[in-house]
Design a binder for this molecule. Structure first.
Ligand SMILES: Cc1ncc(COP(=O)(O)O)c(C=O)c1O
Length: 356
């Protein structure tokens, strides 16, 4: 075991890499993990010395509060390799800020920016060979924090674990996407935790999503919890709707995650001269637009798939097919974003971040 000390991170390298056992031509999303992980514990009222150690199981007391009270938040981001073999991140400081926004809402102590960024960069330097190079593939990065402190008492824990784990992932392709506009269950409510990337937000989606899957849909489109008249989010993505030549997306609120892809899509669409309206979108106007032929595109936007075009949506007892449009916004915007991510194009927005 070699122990090295970088400015602040204690590094224990793996004795034997697992990389030769991985089939990089066949990478299911989020199922293979790299050689190392970043770990930092919050104990005695402060974050302790961060470490990078070989990827391994963790041991917790059965009374750890994560199991009982769901005190946990996470992030999802990616690292990309360019043709010269350099590694890049996309707007990583936005993920760093967002995990602290989520943490604060769940009464989890915030992690200092330099721990997150230095930990991430050091981990990517060590596991750089794990960033896949084939077309559309990338290294999915999962930073997360959870309550490791003990006690069957419904109160915040006194200790936490912050971990960054990485998973090489192939190009994301979901096949034809048929979604259901949901008007019984809700993902989030005013004053709740919908804007946080809290583990429980996802657990709460699984059952309604399974009901939709049983009816032949792949995903649920969430509407507002109060009236179910407004379209809000698509599963683990923000949603965009093109009516005529205008691109619509719902405004960020207590109930909607402030997606980094969403912000990027809005900026690039405006840069392309596309008219973008950030406003409340009614289910009625989308159904009407589908009926009168002005509904041109619907797509989800999120880190995993970048942009997922929706082929068909269901509302109450009717299904509506989206038209097939040449040179559509979804593929134009996806190309602009991925060209920046993979260092294939100029980055006039300053979003790309070199891992040196
Ligand atoms: C609920 C939800 N909305 C939207 C998004 C998209 O956010 P981002 O573009 O930052 O990945 C995600 C994924 O992180 C999500 O989980």
């Amino acid at each position: 075991m070699r122990i090295a000390i970088s400015p602040m991170i204690k590094i224990e390298k793996t004795k034997k890499t697992k990389i030769d056992k991985v089939d990089f031509n066949n990478l299911p999303f989020g199922q293979t993990y790299t050689d190392h992980m970043f770990v930092c514990d919050f104990e005695n009222g402060k974050w302790q010395q961060p470490k990078i150690i070989p990827y391994q199981n963790i041991s917790l007391d059965p009374s750890a509060k994560i199991f009982h009270y769901g005190q946990s938040v996470f992030e999802g981001m990616k690292a990309y390799k360019d043709e010269e073999g350099r590694s890049w991140l996309f707007r990583p400081l936005d993920n760093q800020k967002r995990i602290n926004i989520s943490a604060k809402r769940l009464a989890i102590p915030e992690l200092p920016e330099e721990y997150f960024m230095e930990g991430l960069k050091e981990l990517l330097r060590l596991d750089s060979d794990w960033i896949p190079t084939s077309q559309g593939s990338s290294l999915y990065i999962r930073p997360f924090v959870f309550a490791s402190g003990n006690g069957f008492h419904a109160s915040p824990a006194d200790s936490y674990k912050f971990i960054i784990a990485c998973s090489p992932s192939g190009a994301y392709f979901s096949g034809k996407l048929k979604v259901l506009i949901e008007e019984n269950y809700s993902r989030a409510a005013n004053g709740g935790v919908g804007y946080a990337k809290a583990g429980g937000n996802y657990a709460g989606q699984f059952y309604p999503t399974q009901l939709a899957v049983d009816k032949g849909y792949q995903q649920v489109i969430w509407t507002d919890d109060h009236t179910h008249e407004y379209i809000e989010e698509a599963g683990a993505m923000n949603i965009f709707i093109r009516i005529g030549d205008t691109l619509l997306t719902a405004p960020i609120s207590d109930r909607i995650l402030d997606g980094i892809t969403r912000k990027s899509v809005i900026a690039i669409a405006e840069d392309e001269g596309i008219k973008v309206e950030v406003r409340k979108i009614t289910v009625n106007e989308v159904v009407e637009a589908a009926k009168n032929g002005t509904l041109k595109e619907m797509f989800g936007a999120g880190t995993a798939a970048v942009i997922s075009p929706i082929d068909e949506f269901g509302y109450r007892d009717n299904d509506f097919k989206l038209p097939v449009i040449e040179n559509n916004y979804a593929s134009r915007l996806k190309k602009r974003i991925t060209d920046i991510q993979y260092n294939r194009a100029e980055d006039k927005f300053g979003w790309r971040y070199l891992v040196e």
